[in-house]
Ligand binder design. Sequence first.
Ligand code: ADP
Ligand code: MG
Length: 502
Amino acid sequence: MKFTDFNLKETIQAAITEAGFVEPSPVQKDAIPIILEGHDIIAQAQTGTGKTAAFGLPAMSMMKGDGSVEGLVIVPTRELAMQVSDELFRFGKLSGLKTATVYGGTAYGQQIDRIKQASIVVATPGRLQDLLMSGKVKMSPKFVILDEADEMLDMGFLDEIKNIFTFLPKDRQTLMFSATMPPAIRKLAEEILNNPKTVSITKAEKTNTKITQLYYVVQEKERDDALVRLIDYKNPDKCIIFCRMKKEVDRLVAHLTAQGFKVSGLHGDMEQKQREVTIRAFKGGGIDIFVATDVAARGLDVNDVTHVFNYQIPFDSESYVHRIGRTGRGGKTGEAITLVTPNELKTIKRIEKDVGTTMTTQVIPTRMEVQNNRSDALISKIAETKVTENAIMLVKTLQHDLDIVTIAHLLASLVQEENFVQGKDNIGLGLEEIELLIERALNSRGAGSGDRSGSRNRSGGGYRGNKPRTGGGGSGTSDRHGRNGRSTGGRDSRNGGQGSRG
Ligand code: ADP
Ligand code: MG
């Protein structure tokens, strides 16, 4: 199916082509025809599935662009307001449809002026209610859209929303989008929607198949080491690490900063300004790692997040889906990595069942594996490097005292020192051990944490399945290198060495 199969007007088609969209996403396939037919709609689809275009394209296709406010989009947060507004602007600019963004915390005057020129207003509930109640703004939008309706209710905006609707015309088309459909959402839908059609993207489609889902089993006290090792191994461009508690966020930020990563925490109680500055730094690449709680990451839409780490597994399946949906956006691939303790394997199995997905378990790479990875990257980097005048001069000078092979060895050691991987050789549990634990977790219903008497109970923890320990090598290398590599050369040299940061 293609976008041209919908009956969208030409200028909107052109904007879609310009945006580079080729194939409509599932929610777009289902929702666009219904909206074009003039129906109210209640649509459920996960984050990152293209809901903005699903309501934006058809609604805008039906707008006249006569200078009045024809569309009103209500969103939970200021960031979302800006994001949605940007996306809608992109779709509407060839059709002469202007957008205005309305949110709290800034002056009224300018926002009111913008609204007067806009075809589409994207607003957060609080400020919108203020504007409507004060009479400073009047509008009769033909299209009213509630985006991320579940988050708005979670954030306590129900009264505002109901109140806002008393100011809106009865003769309107109302579109409601939500990642989840709890009873409160259905109740609200009954009140504000008129004979709605329902779109629900089924479970199989709901989890983005472009996201690889992995989990690693570690002991509680190994979480930090495991996290650092995995970041070292995966070398993510941009990643988000999820924790359950705010104090854990602070602790991890300090820990990872000390390790030389470019990292920042994202707090629910951060000031709006500070939050925006941080998010901009993350988008721009000044920060590579965000550590966040679920609440803080609400509505966060950053493209190019390559990895999501669950430092702790979330309590419920919905949070899990929300979290991992921060990667694999806009048709890109992504990886979601969850750390669990043996006790938490049950939760993994429950989430898999709820979400209708399977996660793959893996063994945390050994220090040598990471080291080898880096050496490979270094070798390709060396092969690609151009020889400079300065380098030729340097080698000439060195040749006064040393032979060429010794010089090569010394230079290689210098570069490798910065690439040194720290930490113990093996972290976490091996495959066979994990399999055994999974079996136990599945068999043991109820409290008792398991009969250990089974005949399959092979003792000898730490057996690493089909991956034999790489003996010796590297473990003799002195600690000094490890510390140096981490604290001086730090991340930048490492990344340079890997050459994978574009
Ligand atoms: P949601 O609201 O469901 O979380 P968004 O509307 O924010 O998702 O879309 C997520 C990303 O996917 C955006 O960057 C958007 O531009 C992109 N996108 C949306 N639809 C398509 C499509 N059909 N093809 C390619 N990219 C798309
Ligand atoms: Mg959205």
